[in-house]
Design a protein around this ligand. Structure first.
Ligand SMILES: [Zn+2]
Length: 222
């Protein structure tokens, strides 16, 4: 998932969109530069599509984020048909995790209390599931953690996401987590630019709108 910014500033804008950016038909957007931030942003995908609308859309997001391959996704879908109550509970839990991670992303940098609450939530999820942790090589040459749960298949679904948030705490990355400068946009991202001045979630949407607005202002001034 990590993309490395080329050195020239003019090229930096293009790195705002992750290499596995949304395909034409996918309603999901991956601009957070960190898995846990992409998960926070899954509430506001393309045309405000919420990936946690139902269990099936959640599985589709996990596939789009390369957390489930086709085979495991099919297994999860079968399990969801057999255990609809378990699937519904997993969805509700994922929403709870997402909302805790949003607090951590938006207010964690400023607040000891929010960081402590985020930590409790992270450990709640990490502590409940046993399984095998692996690192997988993806098609685009990047690496991602994966987790194959034993026992409750649903409980493990958000583990790699929560581990990504744990990494952010361990590596001290919260200070570089920002919210998009467009007040109408709720997306968050990890600012990995050299100068630490990335402002927009995505240059092709919010960044472009801001540029167009500045242009209009300039025309008015003349
Ligand atoms: Zn935005």
């Amino acid at each position: 998932m990590l993309t490395f910014a080329p050195s020239s500033d003019s090229a930096a804008a293009s790195t705002f969109v992750s290499t596995r950016a949304t395909s034409e038909r996918s309603p999901f957007i991956f601009v957070g530069e960190r898995l846990w931030l992409d998960f926070v942003n899954c509430e506001q995908g393309v045309r405000r599509f919420d990936a946690l609308r139902d269990f099936e859309t959640m599985v589709r997001w996990l596939e789009a984020a390369s957390l489930l391959d086709g085979e495991r996704a099919a297994g999860i879908r079968r399990r969801a048909q057999q255990q609809p109550a378990g699937a519904a509970a997993a969805l509700i839990d994922a929403r709870r995790v997402r909302s805790a991670l949003r607090s951590l992303a938006e207010r964690g940098p400023m607040s000891d209390r929010i960081r402590a609450e985020g930590l409790i939530e992270i450990n709640r999820v990490l502590g409940r599931s046993a399984g095998t942790r692996r690192v997988e090589l993806r098609g685009d040459g990047t690496f991602i953690r994966s987790f194959v749960p034993v026992g409750d298949a649903f409980a493990g679904l958000v583990i790699p996401i929560v581990e990504s948030a744990a990494d952010a705490l361990i590596l001290g990355e919260l200070v570089r987590v920002r919210r998009c400068a467009d007040p109408r946009c709720q997306r968050v991202f990890y600012d990995n630019t050299k100068n630490g001045r990335r402002r927009w979630c995505d240059m092709s949407t919010c960044g472009n709108r801001a540029k167009a607005a500045r242009h209009r202002e300039k025309l008015k001034a003349h």
